[in-house]
Design a protein around this ligand. Structure first.
Ligand code: SF4
Ligand code: SF4
Length: 570
């Protein structure tokens, strides 16, 4: 399964995901919509902002439940930001809940963070690079590998706290232990797949809260339990960012570096740009793609408290252990702790300014003033969109400005060329706009109509009637005596009487021919009646003549019969 699946059927093409995506790693063309793996840094922002659920991040919950059901040794590595994310009166209630769900052991990833801190200290001590960058945030690692390859040599080649903890758990409980990381981070799902052999599944805090709900486990009602291994304050403080450099948390620092915490995608980009271009020197930076670090990770439960409340709850959790505390000695091997960062070519051929200009012309952006850079398409500038078009990630016609212009020009074609008279009035029935047919049909071409009361031209009260019409529309025949013409008028009340649109179809010729037809019809009827009457009279005359001759014939024949009978008797 891909990191993010795009369900086309649910996408409404609002482009919000693309607007939020820091690397524009989503293709929207007429033929396809998909995440561009070569550009994606797995930050999950697109999925967070999709209102229709069209973007789905891989879910491991079923695999975790199956592992528990099958009786595997399932151990949780719980991100130390959890006390800020869930409603708890004691952090130990989460340990109880996870054990009820079937986890054999529950440990804080803070142990992994402490192991990583120890490894970092050695690297920083060695001063291996002009600038030094931490490697805890998988999204910032992906950003460097894809976009700031000159900065790779500055990244400490050490795995993240999650990965080191996963290896450490497997070393302690057996290599076949099923290790589940639980935290607010979506990028960790990708990291767990990329660095093989440490973490078997990643579920987010939001997924965990849904699981607890299904199991009807109310955290606040549970008795607290102890975590299965001790951790340090420094390890617990990782999700707040900057904890690496806090000397009050027992960190040894190399005085040759200036220690900073860089959080949020834009700050990360600008820091990495400065490092890549060798514009800065002597910085040791902890990088986090999420602003305010992992305590503000993307997949918190829906009812999680706000950021500052989360920070406050986390600080309480950190201070519940001794500042000078220690972890049990790590068992993870040096080989497992080391990782490499590989330049990942985006694979797109370079594009020159001439090619961009040609695409901009096809987009009907002929000059700089045509380039609105409105961002509605998802790209921050028309130039950036032109690059995406050149790579086949976007289509020319997906530009709101040009679609609007096209729609407007189609509207004006209809308005200007309609054979019907069209007028638009304001709420006081004053003319705002008329089309050429209105001028022609109402003989108004010589008058400057703007702001005229419509009553000066149309004597009928149809506009006033529309003001109170139930469905805001009236259609009826009207006769304008002043110009001796008949119209079929349709008037529509728009926005509760803010505007009125009148469309008048000239039916004078039709009405005239209809009257003529009525006249001919009635004349024809009269003529028909006269013919019928005449025919009836003739029929009656014929009938009476026939009656007379029949009687005479009858008399004659009777006489003849009598004569024959008389002669026969003699
Ligand atoms: S995960 Fe982040 S980088 Fe990848 S497509 Fe979504 S928003 Fe863009
Ligand atoms: S800052 Fe933390 S939560 Fe955000 S992407 Fe990086 S590791 Fe994940």
């Amino acid at each position: 399964m891909k990191f993010i699946e795009f369900d086309h059927t649910k996408c409404d093409e609002c482009f919000k995901c693309l607007r939020e995506c820091p690397t524009k790693a989503i293709a929207f063309t007429n033929h396809s919509r998909h995440i561009i793996d070569d550009l994606c840094i797995k930050c999950g922002k697109c999925q967070m902002h999709c209102a229709t659920g069209a973007l789905k991040i891989q879910l491991d919950l079923k695999s975790v439940q199956t592992a528990i059901y099958k009786g595997k040794r399932v151990v949780a590595s719980l991100a130390p930001s959890f006390p800020g994310a869930f409603k708890l009166s004691h952090p130990g209630q989460m340990v109880t809940a996870l054990k009820r769900l079937g986890f054999l052991k529950v440990e804080e990833t803070a142990r992994g963070a402490e192991i990583v801190s120890l490894a970092y200290e050695a690297y920083i001590e060695s001063g291996f690079s002009d600038n030094i960058i931490t490697s805890c945030c998988p999204s910032s690692n992906y950003l460097i590998e894809h976009y700031y390859q000159d900065a790779i040599k500055s990244v400490i080649p050490i795995v993240s706290p999650m990965i080191s903890h996963g290896f450490d758990i497997k070393k302690r409980f057996g290599e076949d232990t099923y290790v589940v990381f639980i935290g607010p981070c979506l990028a960790k799902k990708a990291e767990a797949v990329d660095i093989f052999g440490s973490i078997d599944a990643v579920i987010t805090f939001k997924e965990l809260s849904q699981w607890l709900e299904v199991e009807k486990l109310v955290l606040d009602h549970l008795e607290p339990s102890q975590f299965d291994t001790p951790v340090t304050q420094r390890g617990r403080a990782y999700p707040l960012g900057g904890s690496l450099w806090r000397t009050d948390l027992e960190t040894r620092i190399n005085p040759n570096y200036k220690y900073i915490h860089v959080d949020g995608i834009e700050d990360c980009k600008s820091f990495l740009e400065a490092v890549s271009k060798k514009e800065i020197k002597g910085y040791c930076a902890e990088l986090n793609i999420c602003s305010s670090s992992c305590i503000n990770g993307p997949d918190m439960p829906c009812d999680a408290p706000n950021l500052y409340k989360r920070m406050s709850l986390m600080n309480t959790h950190i201070n519940q252990i001794e500042r000078t505390g220690h972890i049990d000695p790590p068992v993870v091997t040096n080989e497992q702790m080391v990782r490499s960062f590989i330049p990942k070519n985006t694979g797109f051929p370079p594009i020159n300014d001439h090619q961009i200009s040609e695409i901009l012309i096809q987009m009907e952006k002929y000059s700089e003033t045509d380039q609105l850079n409105c961002g509605a398409c998802g790209y921050s500038s028309c130039y950036e969109k032109a690059i995406a078009i050149s790579r086949g990630h976007s289509d020319i016609n997906m530009c709101l400005d040009s679609l609007r212009k096209k729609a407007e020009s189609l509207q004006s074609i209809i308005f200007d060329n309609s054979p019907n008279a069209i007028c638009i009035l304001d709420g006081e029935f004053r003319i705002q706009e008329v089309n050429p047919s209105f001028n022609r049909l109402l003989n108004a071409s010589k008058i400057k109509l703007k702001h005229w009361p419509i009553a000066a031209l149309i004597e009928d009260s149809i506009f006033e009637e529309t003001q109170v019409a139930i469905n805001g529309h009236i259609g009826k025949k009207i006769y304008l005596e002043s110009i001796e013409r008949t119209f079929y008028a349709n008037v529509v009340n728009i926005q509760n009487g803010k505007f009125y649109v009148g469309i008048f179809t000239d039916i004078t010729e039709y009405e005239n021919s209809r009257e003529e037809f009525e006249r001919v019809k009635s004349e024809t009827l009269i003529t028909c009646q006269q013919v019928i009457d005449k025919q009836m009279r003739i029929a009656q005359e014929i009938a009476s003549l026939l009656g007379e001759t029949t009687a005479e014939t009858k008399v004659g024949l009777n006489k003849l019969k009598k004569l024959v009978l008389t002669n026969g008797g003699e």
